[in-house]
Design a protein around this ligand. Structure first.
Ligand code: SAM
Length: 238
């Protein structure tokens, strides 16, 4: 059931199932590294324009606890814009910034985060995180969950809450109207390459019902910040 569960959840409508796609993004294909790098840069521009990183950094720190040196893990960091803002906003925060793609990790290591005294760059797979239990106060996985099939999402839920007190998931809004409205912005920030991956991302986005279903067998609490818009806090005490 999990492997074939629609992204809109087990009771997704016929229309929602038609909206879903199994097309791969450039970011998911081993044979399109140049397009993937272009998409990461385009998404970075879009996040800057929409102030996405600033919002995500604020939400991350709100869940990091009141201690003087919160330990933050960013999974699927891409260009690392979120982590840079976390470090800028909180003078004591310690950030592990990671991605599964070796070229993304190499670019992070070569950039400002690679030399930052409170940042560590690592290659980590969000579905099998190479870190001890409770190593972080908060883990954040932004704009990335839709890349994974349902069984891997369940692995992220399990792993993210094993290594961190709270797992913050931020992803696209599952709505054909949002998708249509976002196309001009995707084109403006990255041309047809960004539209390609952006539209597929939005059509693969998980709905809240799907996430609830995937978390159901696990001893976790899932709370949504906005109904219909996938911003979820997951944890044993979320
Ligand atoms: C659309 S980008 C988002 C990048 C960044 N979080 C942002 O908001 O700009 C998705 C990222 O997730 C990464 N990713 C995909 N599967 C992953 C996994 N299993 N573990 C960690 N990162 C993953 C990709 O390499 C890619 O950099």
């Amino acid at each position: 059931m999990t492997a074939v569960m629609p992204r809109g959840g087990p009771h997704a409508s016929w229309l929602d199932r038609r909206y879903e796609t199994d097309e791969p993004e450039y970011l998911d294909r081993p044979d399109t590294p140049h397009e993937a790098a272009r998409v990461r840069r385009a998404l970075h521009r879009m996040q800057l324009l929409t102030r996405g990183y600033d919002r995500y950094a604020r939400w991350t720190l709100e869940r990091a606890g009141a201690g003087p040196s919160p330990r933050v893990l960013e999974l699927g960091a891409g260009t690392g814009g979120l982590s840079r803002r976390v470090l800028r906003r909180h003078p004591g925060a310690r950030v592990t910034v990671s991605d599964v793609a070796p070229d993304a990790v190499a670019a992070l290591e070569a950039g400002p985060l690679g030399a930052h005294p409170r940042a560590v760059v690592r290659r980590l797979d969000a579905t099998a995180i190479d870190a001890p239990d409770a190593a972080f106060d908060v883990a954040v996985f932004a704009a990335s969950l839709h890349h994974l099939p349902p069984d891997k999402v369940r692995a992220v839920l399990r792993e993210g809450t094993r290594v961190a007190g709270t797992l913050l998931l931020i992803d696209a809004w599952r709505s054909p109207w949002v998708c249509a409205a976002a196309i001009p912005l995707m084109f403006a920030t990255g041309g047809p390459t960004h539209v390609h991956d952006g539209v597929i991302s939005l059509r693969k986005a998980y709905g809240a019902a799907a996430l609830r279903e995937l978390a159901a067998p696990l001893p976790l609490t899932v709370r949504f910040a906005f109904p219909g818009y996938l911003v979820a806090m997951v944890g044993r005490g979320a």
